[in-house]
Each structure stands twice: as structure tokens, then as C-alpha cells.
Ligand binder design. Structure first.
Ligand code: GAP
Length: 501
């Protein structure tokens, strides 16, 4: 699997992602998307929007404001309960999330188990039986028991808000600070993740606003506006793509965890009692969507939550195998009628829905799907990054799903000669209204192919001397590197078919 540092430097070199404010030495956990990054990001957004909104008759979209009435965050529970447990190392003065330190330590035990399994597989060959090995090998059993018992204590302490217990676990596991290497820790403290800002000329309590930490609340408070104006009957959904802000103290791992990021969320409003049916529907449907991207090593799994948040009656994550291990990519939550009830109580406005089929009013239940756009972007980059040797030559190629690629077609005159560049320009002009196209005449053709591979361009069209007389070009496929002669007149149709658009 590709290392994260390779992805980071590739993103910088090829204009996908730059560290924000770089000439001022950067700003922690904040990144800017470059020319190819923004194209890929827009394509991912469009693909999600199409599959959610355009392809589902009963889902509509909105775009709500980032600033919202401060009472919303009291009602949603974010002011009181949107906290991270933090711990400082006294030597390095570095601050960490206590639960993340513990999870990372448990991952080390998991890696030890994986190593033992690999060793045994090699030793026993076809006679190897995984489940017997896992239940009898003393070291594997010891590590597994440790993972199970610590995971349980961790989730209990998070649920019960027991900061002392988190500290106990860190001490018991003798977790060391990755920077100082010592176990000299402070106590665990709570830290609210919302960013505050002020509006108006007077800086007092009443002028305090928060930058939204999730887009979902913009959907909840607009529930009746959308239902009435779009004339929707339950079950129906509301989707939104937008920025969210969290004061992540432990923001590392590139765009995996940022302070400013984008979410793509959908709240599906259902009849009370039908929420688990719909939860299971969305759980499978979202997993299918991720798998349809067909990434190279795209490994996904569900992580069902054992301890549920107070507002949820079922929840899971879709995890992706990032270079830093299996991590949450998307959350699917059955949020009961908690949010709408809270907003009804706090706003004193009725948020119930009259069901014409059942002839009764109720506050709908909600199933939420919530994916981080930036995390999805990272999963696509990691899953499509390939280093391979072809004809004794090393190449890096991004095997991005063709319909998401930042550039669909590169048009390349074989040489920088007027008759070739003119012909290539004509082709470029004809294709650019349909596809995202790139024209490049600088450098040798080999170098230009490599560059297009590195940004993930699925097709290159090369215009050579024969093109002038036979009106055919060479179409090169990014993945197979195969080249075929194609009449110019057929290019549009062939590329459309192969891009699957
Ligand atoms: N409305 C539900 C909600 O916000 P969440 O699990 O806190 O749930 C949903 O966030 C998704 O947003 C996550 O699965 C992740 O993909 C993304 N996300 C959350 N915090 C993030 C951060 N600091 N940086 C990047 N993406 C983040």
C-alpha cells in the first residue's frame, strides 16, 4: 500500500493539494486545492449529487448558510457535548486526543496479530486454518483479548464521560508520546470543537456565533420549508454539500482530519418505526456506491457502533483502508426524532408532519448519511495511486475512475510543428465543450504521457504526420497503455462510451 507521504508529495508536485498559506510557513491542518485537485473534487461532488439527488425522485437538495442562530447549537447538543478528550505530554508540550492515542495503540496490537497470521500462513501453507489459529495461538489470543477489553473500556469511558478512566488506560498501556517518547502525561481535559466568531459592532455574549461543525442542522431547521415547497411526502430526503469547521487539535494525517472541510450529507425523513428498515437500506446503498468506484486497493468495511450516542438507535461507519489503517470514511446514523424534537422545543415552532396516508401527525424519524468530501478525495487518490514498471520504465499512474478524472482527454501534437499543432488545436476545440480537455505541446511525447498518467488522464490523443492525410489519431489508454488508430470523426462517441458518461 502506498505511504501517505508519497501521496502528499504527489499532490503538491502535480497541483492537487497545497499546504495553505505556504509562503508564510503554512497553517496547521488547512489545505488548498490546486488546479487538478479542484477538478477532481468538483467531479466527486457532482457524482455524489447525481446519485443522491438526480437519481432519487424523493431526495432534493439545499444549500444552507454557514452562520446559523446560536440557539441551534444549544438545541442540537453541540454546545454541551461536542467535545474531545485531550491530553498533553509534559515533555514535548504536544497535545493529543486521548481516545486516538488509545486507538492507535490498539492498532499496533492488531498489526502484531496480522504479522503472526502471515508468518503462520507461510509456514503451514494449505494446511493453515485461520479460525483455529486465532483461537489457539497464545500470543494472538493474548493480543485479541487485550484489544477486546481495552476497546470496551474505551467506549464505556467515552460514553460515561470518564476522563480519569481514559488516563488510566493510557497509563496502563504505557503509551508513549510519539515526539518525546515519554509517558509523562497531564490529566485528560475536555475541549469544545466549535469555532466561535462575533457579529456586529459590540462584542458581547449575544453577538457570539459559531461556524457550523456539521451541515446537517441546516437541513433539520429547514425541514418544513423544504417539505412544503418541494411538495414532498414522507419518506423523503434532503441533501447538502458544504463546508464544516471543527477546531481539531489533533489535526494530522493530511486532509484526513482538517479544521475546515466539506461534508456531503443527506437526511432521510421517515415514519416512526420504519427507521431501522431505512437505516439498513442506506447502509447497503452507500457501501455499494463506494464499491462502484472500483478503486485499485479500495478495501471497505462496516464498523457497527456498539455504544450509541444518546440520540441514535443504530449507527455505523463505512471504513476505508487508508495508508494509516482502516478509518472512518462515512457515517450512517439512525438519529430517531431527536434533532427535530429538540428544535421544536427550543424554537417553540411546530415541526410535526401530517401524514395524509396515515391521517396522523408526528415528528419524523431521520436516517442520516454523512461523508467527508475531503476524506473521499483522499480515499480515491490512495486507491488509485499505482507505481509500476512497464517496458523497464518506472511510472506513477493515478487510476482514478475515468468519469472522475480531473482531465478526461489530453490532446498532444507529436511534435511542435505548425501543421500538427493546428490540427491538434482543432480536435481540442471540438472536444472541449463535451469533455474536460487539456492541450500540451511541450516536451517529448513520452514525458507528456507520463505527466498525464501522473494526473490520472484516462485518454491521450496524439496527432502525428499521418493524421494530416488520413484524419486518424492515436488514442492511448491510461491503464493498459495500449494505442489504437481512431478516425477523428469517431473520437467523441468512443470517448463518451469509455468514460461511461
Ligand atoms: N452530521 C453527522 C456528522 O457530522 P461525523 O462522523 O462527525 O458526523 C461525518 O462526520 C463525516 O465527516 C466523517 O465520516 C468524515 O468523513 C468527515 N469528517 C469529520 N470530521 C472531519 C475533519 N476534521 N476533517 C475531514 N473530514 C471530517
Amino acid at each position: 500500500m502506498v505511504e501517505l507521504k508519497k501521496i502528499i508529495s504527489h499532490c503538491k508536485e502535480y497541483g492537487f493539494i497545497f499546504p495553505s498559506s505556504e509562503i508564510y510557513d503554512g497553517l496547521a491542518a488547512t489545505y488548498d486545492y490546486g488546479p487538478f485537485g479542484v477538478e477532481l473534487k468538483n467531479n466527486i461532488k457532482q457524482s455524489w449529487w447525481r446519485s443522491m439527488v438526480r437519481e432519487n425522485e424523493n431526495i432534493v437538495g439545499i444549500d444552507s448558510a454557514i452562520f446559523m442562530h446560536p440557539s441551534i447549537w444549544k438545541a442540537s447538543g453541540h454546545i454541551d457535548a461536542f467535545n474531545d478528550p485531550l491530553i498533553d505530554n509534559k515533555e514535548s508540550k504536544k497535545r493529543y486526543r486521548a481516545d486516538v492515542l488509545i486507538e492507535d495503540e490498539l492498532e499496533k496490537y492488531q498489526q502484531k496479530i496480522n504479522k503472526e497470521i502471515l508468518k503462520a500462513k507461510k509456514r503451514f501453507g494449505t494446511a493453515f486454518n485461520l479460525s483455529t489459529f486465532q483461537t489457539t495461538h497464545p500470543r494472538v489470543v493474548k493480543y485479541s483479548n487485550k484489544i477486546t477489553s481495552i476497546s470496551k473500556r474505551l467506549s464505556d469511558s467515552l460514553e460515561q464521560d470518564s476522563l480519569d478512566e481514559l488516563k488510566n488506560i493510557i497509563e496502563e498501556l504505557e503509551i508513549r508520546c510519539p515526539v518525546s517518547g515519554t509517558t509523562n502525561w497531564t490529566d485528560v481535559r475536555k475541549f469544545n470543537l466549535m469555532f466561535e466568531t462575533k457579529v456586529g459592532a459590540l462584542a458581547n455574549e449575544s453577538s457570539k456565533l459559531f461556524l457550523r461543525p456539521e451541515t446537517a442542522q441546516g437541513i433539520f431547521v429547514n425541514f418544513l420549508n423544504v417539505q412544503k415547497s418541494a411538495r414532498k411526502k414522507i419518506p423523503f430526503g434532503v441533501a447538502q454539500i458544504g463546508k464544516a469547521f471543527r477546531n481539531e487539535i489533533v489535526a494530522r494525517q493530511f486532509i484526513f482530519r482538517m479544521k475546515e472541510f466539506e461534508q456531503m450529507e443527506m437526511q432521510f425523513f421517515v415514519r416512526p418505526g420504519e427507521e431501522i428498515k431505512w437505516y439498513n437500506f442506506w447502509k447497503e446503498s452507500r457501501m455499494d456506491w463506494h464499491k462502484s468506484l472500483n478503486l485499485n486497493f479500495g478495501n471497505y468495511r462496516f464498523h457497527d457502533h456498539q455504544n450509541l450516542a444518546h440520540y441514535a438507535n443504530a449507527a455505523c461507519d463505512i471504513e476505508f483502508e487508508f495508508p494509516i489503517g482502516f478509518k472512518e470514511l462515512e457515517g450512517i446514523h439512525s438519529r430517531t426524532n431527536y434533532d427535530l424534537s429538540q428544535h421544536q422545543n427550543f424554537s417553540k415552532k411546530r415541526l410535526s408532519y401530517f401524514d395524509p396516508d396515515q391521517k396522523e401527525s408526528y415528528i419524523p424519524y431521520v436516517v442520516e448519511t454523512s461523508v467527508g468530501l475531503d476524506r473521499l478525495f483522499l480515499s480515491i487518490l490512495c486507491g488509485s495511486f499505482v507505481e509500476e514498471t512497464v517496458n523497464n520504465e518506472q511510472r506513477i499512474v493515478l487510476k482514478i475512475p475515468p468519469k472522475l478524472a480531473p482531465v478526461s482527454v489530453a490532446v498532444l501534437p507529436l511534435l511542435k510543428k505548425e501543421e500538427l499543432t493546428d490540427k491538434a488545436r482543432d480536435i481540442f476545440t471540438n472536444l472541449k465543450s463535451t469533455f474536460s480537455c487539456h492541450f500540451e505541446e511541450k516536451d517529448s511525447i513520452g514525458k507528456r504521457y507520463r505527466r498525464q498518467d501522473a494526473i490520472g488522464t484516462p485518454f491521450c490523443i496524439t496527432v502525428d504526420h499521418d493524421t494530416i492525410t488520413d484524419n486518424q489519431v492515436t488514442l492511448r489508454d491510461r491503464n493498459t497503455m495500449q494505442q489504437e488508430r481512431i478516425p477523428i470523426i469517431k473520437l467523441n462517441k468512443i470517448i463518451k462510451e469509455r468514460l461511461d458518461i
